[in-house]
Design a protein around this ligand. Structure first.
Ligand code: GLU
Length: 489
């Protein structure tokens, strides 16, 4: 191992800092894996910090889903909200006093200022100079600030980015990166509700939690100059920055749910094995040497611990190739001993929890036990693609119908996965678009179950789960785009 040479003398501390805004993302697993390997290879600590200061996007169930997804993958952390540790609390919403104190330090040092601009004023100014704050409040006099405070005008606190010059920092994969200050905005650090933004909270916590290496996704590169200015304003030592390439769709765009499932909940429920997922993520970017295991692309977590080299990662975006992941998963499935394979089935797609929920839905609807299979195929199959005959309502054109399905998908993505919420969201959409309740639900039933006479639709969707329901709808739309089904009639 070249200059990944381990640094046992150094106190290596890394972290992942996911925001609990929905289902845990494959990107979190990818960055989690790299941080995990980095810490474990160097005898360091791996911290899990929950960045939950964006209250508008906060999803209450998300934090537990993040824990579960990381446990499923076997990426254990040393300090975190569930574990505690010497630098807690590890949930940012429990640290707001710390951020206020630090904002005050910046104000006192003249590195930040209060901005009293109203939302309307900001909007008007943005139309004049798009992309940047106009600077109206940068140089308010002490008495102007006092007057505004006395009048109880709401304010944000902004970083005072120098007007000229530039900031350069070193990215460990890319070398020095320079941003001209005239391209760096006076970032809001504290919002008018008193909550910090990501930038302030992230820097303060990385410093207080003694993070030695910030290993995160490439999308944060443009934030890093702001962070560096903050470290400098506080007089703090910089961590090393490593920005990992973004995972990409086949077409090289940033990985998105439109083109790939991105929820780890989906991969788990759809029966991907954690070993295959880790192996696949370990392949992304080229951190593993090509010549271990007789040039095979298959390797285990212990092998990654031995051979993975973060320095070898290429910054060009690795493609998240679902076909390859499925192939790898198949390899892992075939390698399981029969008992282990059966255990894998019983822990996911044939688990007691899943089957007993299905059973209670089916019980009132069958006359012999053997009919169980007739009504439940869609719960157990993974390739439901109804023909046009089945899904296309009489008197509706295909393009309009597919456009409506796309809207159903959008509505379902946003909805809380409860009976009442799903029902009312779908009905509302139907009313707005002139689809009767019957047509609306029948269409969805055909797509999700491959049949027009299935057990109750919403109950089935609840059992099947949000992640897999959305995936089924997306795959349906994809298939229609690629190969329009044969004409009706
Ligand atoms: N909260 C950020 C996220 O959700 C953390 C980014 C970072 O690691 O600095 O990805």
């Amino acid at each position: 191992m070249s200059d990944t040479a381990l640094h046992p003398e150094e106190n290596i501390r890394v972290r992942i800092a996911p925001s609990p805004t929905g289902d845990p993302h494959v990107g979190t697993a990818y960055i989690g894996l790299i941080n995990f390997l980095y810490a474990r290879q160097r005898g360091g600590k791996f911290v899990l910090r929950i960045e939950d200061t964006d209250r508008a996007r906060f999803v209450a169930t998300s934090e537990q889903m993040i824990f579960d997804a990381l446990h499923w993958l076997g990426l254990t952390w040393d300090e975190g909200p569930d574990k505690g540790g010497p630098f807690g609390p590890y949930r940012q919403s429990e640290r707001t006093a710390i951020y206020s104190e630090h904002a005050q330090i910046l104000l006192d040092a003249g590195a930040a200022y209060r901005c009293f601009c109203t939302a309307e004023a900001l909007e008007a100014a943005r139309r004049q100079t798009p992309g940047r704050y106009s600077g109206t409040c940068r140089n308010l006099s002490v008495s102007e600030v006092e007057a505004n405070l006395k009048a109880a005008r709401p304010f944000t606190i902004r970083l005072k980015v120098p007007l000229d010059g530039s900031t350069t920092f070193r990215d460990e994969l890319r070398g020095p990166i320079t941003f001209e200050h005239n391209n760096v905005d006076d970032q809001v650090l504290i919002k008018s509700d008193g909550f910090p933004t990501y930038h302030l909270a992230n820097v303060v916590d990385d410093h207080l939690m003694q993070i030695s290496d910030v290993i995160r996704a490439e999308e944060w590169i443009s934030s890093t100059p702001k962070h560096v200015l903050l470290y400098q304003a506080f007089g703090w030592k910089l961590p090393r920055f490593w920005h990992m390439p973004l995972l990409r769709n086949q077409d090289k765009s940033k990985i998105s749910k439109r083109k790939n499932p991105v929820s780890l909940v989906y991969y788990r429920q759809a029966g991907f094995l954690p070993e295959a997922m880790l192996n696949f993520l370990g392949l992304m970017g080229g951190g593993m040497p090509a010549d271990i295991n007789d040039a095979s692309e298959k390797f285990t977590l212990p092998e990654m611990l031995r051979h993975f080299d973060v320095k070898a990662i290429r910054p060009a975006g690795p493609v998240f190739d679902l076909t390859k992941l499925r192939w790898l998963n198949g390899e892992y499935i075939r390698a399981l001993a029969p008992q282990a394979f059966y255990a894998a089935l019983r822990s996911t797609v044939l688990s007691d929890a899943y089957l007993s929920e299905i059973a209670s839905l089916i019980q009132p609807r069958i006359e012999t036990l053997a009919e169980f299979g007739n009504l439940t195929h869609f719960f157990l199959a993974d390739d439901i693609l109804p023909s046009q005959d089945l899904f296309l309502p009489k008197n509706r054109a295909l393009p309009d119908t597919l456009a409506f399905v796309a809207e159903q998908l959008t509505v379902l993505e946003a909805v809380e996965w409860t009976h009442a919420a799903i029902e009312s969201a779908l009905k509302q959409l139907g009313e707005a678009k002139g689809w009767s309740v019957k047509e609306n639900f029948m269409l969805l039933r055909a797509i999700l179950t491959g049949s027009t006479s299935s057990p109750p639709l919403i109950e089935s969707m609840l059992i099947f789960g949000k992640a897999r329901t959305l995936d089924r709808l997306r795959r349906f739309l994809d298939a229609q785009k690629k190969a329009p089904a044969p004409k009706k009639g």
